[in-house]
Write a protein that binds this ligand. Structure first.
Ligand code: AMP
Length: 465
């Protein structure tokens, strides 16, 4: 069961249909994609890439990169995409860890050389449990680990998403995400390829370009930052979004304020889902039925989800999309699974009476102040609802008295003491931020996640006496 064989079996029987539509009006048909993948597979085989070998790719988003990904699957090798933002020094770590047969940092010479080959359509057979890709977790804390995802993990999740989101051959995906991360690479791409439908293929997110393309699209998948940037553009109107079937958000929490503003502007309720590199998508709000702001919805078909602890605790999961382990790291793998085989996500959450999942924080995010546990997310929700606050990030920094002191870093305007007083009306004293700092922006990684480790670093001496 090679994932590429499954993907290819879903290509439209009329291969002249478009697969990628580029903003300049050009299109790549499914026939062209298939030929290009075949040529890239021939080139990989000529380069000595064998089943199980790693192909490391730190390359820009391009048609050639998509072909390289699919060709790597086709020859039974393991695709390891790397964030284009990594420096040479960071790259050294990944290369040492992966020991790739091939490392590609510029797709053009590879694509150019592939052209000299006749397409090779032979697909190397794989077992469902064989690794198809290694994804380094974006790691807002700690050292990156490579999550091994199998052909079966990726195939089952794609099928579940197509079903959950009602994805069909009539859809047109607006693809503006990077393709070195599960969101742009698997979640988005597989929905389109496995329904044989076209994608509008943008090299990166640009709000004006996205608004220009929306009338041709039916589905967009994005990180919350995409939606806040669209809302900041006055050209993003109800009319501009009227052709869209659904806007999907994930990779970081969608603020309830963004959800509400988006609905007021466009009449559309953003569909929020929750996932991670180790399990692809875990839960999703429903397509039909209520999309509840602040909740990440219900477990996907086949996913068993439980909360460790009484009410609020670490979310644990089991199911067909859960990865098999961390690359060359059996100790870390063993630590992250329970004895009965559930993966500990590290996200803290709860379930309501309807079974909906609410994420309340990250286990590593937890602040312990004066011996009391403080979940930053709870404080952030209170602050975000206060006038003048656009967004907040709550961290713990060393405090001589309390061990850790609660600090809020806020995008917005206001007076520190007034904000603290307003928060205190809603929160116990031990949870109330001792300091509020106003900033113009919060540091974020490529997927829009706030990098709290950088904030903790920046403010670590704030309570030093
Ligand atoms: P990554 O492996 O880079 O995709 O990061 C996965 C993490 O992103 C999860 O463990 C969550 O902490 C976070 N995440 C993803 N989707 C959501 C969401 N809808 N709401 C809140 N956090 C999310």
């Amino acid at each position: 069961m090679n994932l590429y064989a499954l993907i290819q079996s879903r290509f439209p029987s009329d291969r002249s249909k478009p697969c990628l539509m580029l903003p300049d009006g050009r299109a790549v048909s499914y026939a062209m994609l298939e030929q290009g993948v075949g040529r890239a597979a021939a080139k990989l085989r000529a380069d000595g890439v064998k089943p199980g070998d790693r192909v490391a790719a730190q390359v820009e988003k391009s048609v050639g990169t998509l072909m390289l990904y699919l060709a790597t699957l086709q020859v039974g090798a393991i695709y390891a995409p790397l964030n284009t933002a990594y420096t040479d020094a960071e790259l050294d770590y990944f290369i040492a860890d992966l020991e790739p047969r091939l490392t590609i940092r510029d797709i053009r010479p590879f694509a150019g050389a592939s052209h000299a080959f006749e397409p090779d359509f032979v697909i190397t057979p794989r077992e469902a449990g064989d690794t198809a890709a290694i994804i380094y977790t974006s790691g807002t804390t700690g050292r990156s680990k490579g999550a091994m995802l199998s052909h079966g993990n990726l195939a089952s999740n794609a099928e579940a998403l197509i079903q959950t989101w009602g994805y069909t051959a009539d859809d047109v995906l607006l693809h503006a995400l990077p393709i070195f991360h599960v969101h742009g690479l698997f979640i988005s791409l597989h929905c389109a390829l496995m329904t044989g439908s076209p994608m509008i293929w943008l090299a990166k997110f640009d709000d004006a370009e996205v608004i220009a393309q929306l009338p041709r699209a039916t589905v967009m998948m994005g990180v919350p930052t995409f939606y806040t940037r669209l809302l900041a553009n006055p050209d993003f109107t109800r009319e501009a979004a009227s052709h869209m079937r659904v806007f999907i958000s994930g990779s970081a929490p969608l603020l309830e304020g963004t959800f509400a503003e988006f609905e007021a502007r466009t009449g559309q309720r953003i569909l929020e889902r929750y996932g991670m590199s180790e399990a692809i998508i875990i839960t999703s709000n429903p397509l039909e039925g209520d999309r509840v702001p602040g909740s990440v919805g219900l477990p996907l078909p086949g996913v068993e989800l439980r909360i460790a602890g009484d009410e609020v605790g670490v979310i644990e999961i089991k199911g067909p999309s859960v990865f098999s382990g961390y690359w060359r790291n059996p100790e870390k793998t063993a630590e992250e699974f329970t004895p009965d085989g559930f993966f500990k996500t590290g996200d803290v959450g709860r379930r309501d009476a309807d079974g909906r999942v609410w994420i309340t924080g990250r286990a590593k995010d937890l602040i312990i102040s004066g011996g009391y546990n403080v979940y930053p997310k709870e404080i952030e929700l209170v602050l975000d609802a206060l006038p003048g606050v656009t967004e907040s990030a709550v961290i713990g920094v060393p405090h001589p008295d309390f061990g850790e002191g609660v600090v809020a870093v806020v995008i917005g305007a206001g007076v520190e003491s007034a904000l603290i007083a307003a928060a205190r009306e809603k929160l116990a004293a031990f949870k109330t931020p001792k300091r509020v700092l106003f900033v113009d922006e919060l540091p974020r990684n490529a997927m829009g996640k706030v990098q709290k480790n950088l904030l903790r670093e920046r403010y670590r001496d704030m309570f030093k006496t």
